[in-house]
Ligand binder design. Sequence first.
Ligand code: FAD
Length: 496
Amino acid sequence: MDTERIRRVVIAGGGTAGWMAAAALGKLIGKNLDITLVESDAIGTVGVGEATIPTLHVFHQLLGLKESEVMAATNATFKLGINFENWRVPGEDYLHSFGFLGKDCWACGFQHFWLKGLEQGIEYPIGDYCKEHLAAREHRFAVLPDQDRNHAYHLDATLYAKFLRKFAESHGVKRVEGKIEDVRLNADTGFIEGLQLDSGQVIEGDLFVDCTGFRGLLIEGALHTGYEDWTHWLPCDRAMAVQTESTRPAVPFTRAIAHESGWQWQIPLQNRVGNGLVYCSRYLDDEQARELLLGNIEGELLNEPRIIPFRTGTRRQHWNKNCVAVGLSSGFIEPMESTSIHLIQRNIVRMMQLFPSRGIVQADIDEFNAQTVREMENIRDFIILHYNVTDRTDSKFWRYCRSMPIPDSLAHRLEMFRESGVVFKFPPELFGESSWLQVMLGQGLMPERYHPIVDLMGDEELKSFLDNIRKGVRRQVDNLPDHRQFIDHYCKAMPA
Ligand code: FAD
């Protein structure tokens, strides 16, 4: 244990991760700390990462940020889920919405009632039993005081970092511009002592937060923490990103469109659309990727397509000595379910919960790392599900994905669902039963039987149970305005 008091916190990097960390530390525990963020305009940020999930809400609430203000400042739109197109077979799609499906009972989930309903000829899609799902399909949305709806945002990543920077600086965070050229380590402990900038200035600290992106300058470059590679399960290793002008009103969901050797995202903001292709370089080269991407987007290009190489996996420790990795420096699971910003937020909150005010304690480090691994593995398995459970055999890429070995933890989940329709969630996991259910069904995995407790309900009772949920969902959605109209009223961005 290092009993030195932690007073000086240095955040290296000013992308989404750096400024989220600075905003949270500054506002929530910054009073007794001296917080400095170092970033280099010459290096810039990764510039993508614009689709979020509902947990971002909680982060904003914690900071006391007003939703409409964040949205107006970042050209944001609402997001109720992700529409997966061509994933099971070309030409079919399904929506993974953020809502809960129907009503569970103590013994089993709603899917068991829905499955029996199907057998009885009540053949409504499972999404009809979920308000977020139906609202997304009909492009409707509103924030209403008496109705909660699980929603997230599509936002401009650069503007978001800018917004958070202003907020963090107003809470005492100091920003230093400069390129980190060296990371100084204590010769005895191996702890980081300071960051040396190209100007010669040295920024000393007690705790360092590595937000330097894929480079991982501190956690890897200086501390050699190691990386666990997951590309055998998630073989895509490159992305190509480009922004286009909007050609139609923004829809309240992200589009994830599968292609022969990867998939394409479409993220609608108020003023433009973020597009990109995630692909596997073993099966598609950059020129083919460019052709494919440009052939499948609408609207004038606003910038040149940019290639972003990546390696899916996780840092072996997310907290090592006096350095905590947050953001891309800590690992990367590809962006299909928009989970990176969520993981940033989780590492920041966890770091504050286990904040080493009285010195670095190995037990805190171990707990931090164990929790992070559990969360990342749950997300990893969920993403692999989309690739592995598919009927696609039309390319080498999909044939590989269908037949690749998968983690035992995922194989167990799939087997349970296939055999008995059971879906479960361990408390700290991000993706809950409704998410697993929508994606497993959407990818074509159908349970062989439903839970016998459903048979305790008579046929008429089951019918009215299902009818009532569906009608309730329909009533709520019918009362919602059009998504775009609501944005104009609630959080319209000012022209730049
Ligand atoms: P970066 O944005 O790369 O920032 C790194 C910072 O470190 C910069 O400020 C840079 O100046 C600084 N820096 C680096 N080296 C030095 C140096 N030597 N000296 C000084 N400063 C330095 N996440 C989501 O949640 N949703 C999505 O839809 C999503 N889509 C994605 C799509 C792709 C293709 C990729 C690759 C990622 C996506 N992500 C997504 C992840 C998301 O982009 C990141 O989690 C997020 O942007 C945070 O990045 P970062 O701050 O860790 O790194």
